[in-house]
Design a protein around this ligand. Sequence first.
Ligand code: ATP
Ligand code: MG
Length: 221
Amino acid sequence: MKTFDRDLVSHLEQMRAELYGTPERKAATEERLAEMEAQRQRNDAQARSQRAVTLMVEGGVPRGVMDSAAEAFDTTEATIAASEAAAGKLRLAVLLGPPGEGKSTAAALACYEVALRGNRPMWTRPQDYADKYGAREFRAKCMGAQLLVVDDVGTEAASDYQRSEMLRAINDRHDRRLPTVITSNARNAAQLWKHLGGRVESRAKQGTRIVMCGGKDYRGR
Ligand SMILES: Nc1ncnc2c1ncn2[C@@H]1O[C@H](COP(=O)(O)OP(=O)(O)OP(=O)(O)O)[C@@H](O)[C@H]1O
Ligand SMILES: [Mg+2]
C-alpha cells in the first residue's frame, strides 16, 4: 500500500509537472508573464502620451512651451491652479506675473493632462482671434475645446475686433462652465480687469483662482 501511495504521488507529480511545468518552470513563466505585462503597460503609456502630444499640436500648443512642460520639475501654485482648471474644478485660472515665472508652462501642463484623457485642448493668444481660421470656425474651436488657454493677455497687438472675440470666448466659456486658463504679465488682477473689462471681472467672482507668480524667474537661473 505504502509503495502504491508513493508511486501514485510521484505519478501525480509527474503528471502535474507535464501539465503545469515544474515549480521552477512555473516561476519562470510567471516572471515572463509579469515582464510582458509591464512592457504592455509601458507601451500603453507611451502610446497615450504620443496621442496626447498630437492633440496638443493640433490644439496649437507651441512646441517650445511643450518642451518646457516636459522638463518642468516644480509643482507651483500656477501648476496646481491650471491643473484644477484641466480637471474642471475651476472655470477660470488666471496666472499673473513677470516673465519667466512658469505661467505658460503651467498652462501647457494642464493641456497635457486634458490631452492624456483623450480630450482636446486649445492654445490661443489674443492676436489669434478672428484671424487664423476665420471667426466662425475659430469660435467653434474655442467652444469645443475641453480646455482653452489664452496666453500673454495684455502684451498683444490685437485689434478691437480680435479683442472682442477673445472676450466673447472667455465669457461664453465661463457661462457654460468650460474651463479657461489665462496668462498675463499684468501686475495684479485690477490691472488685468482694466484690460479685459467688467464682464470678465464680474464672472471671475465665480469658479476662479487668481495666482500671482512671483520671485522665481526660471529663465534667470
Ligand atoms: N514648474 C516648473 N519647473 C521647472 N522649470 C520651469 C517650470 N515652469 C517653467 N520653468 C522654466 O522656466 C522657463 C520659463 O517659463 P514660462 O515660459 O512658462 O514663463 P512665463 O511665465 O510664461 O513667461 P512669459 O511671461 O515671458 O511668457 C521655461 O522655459 C522652463 O524651462
Ligand atoms: Mg509665457
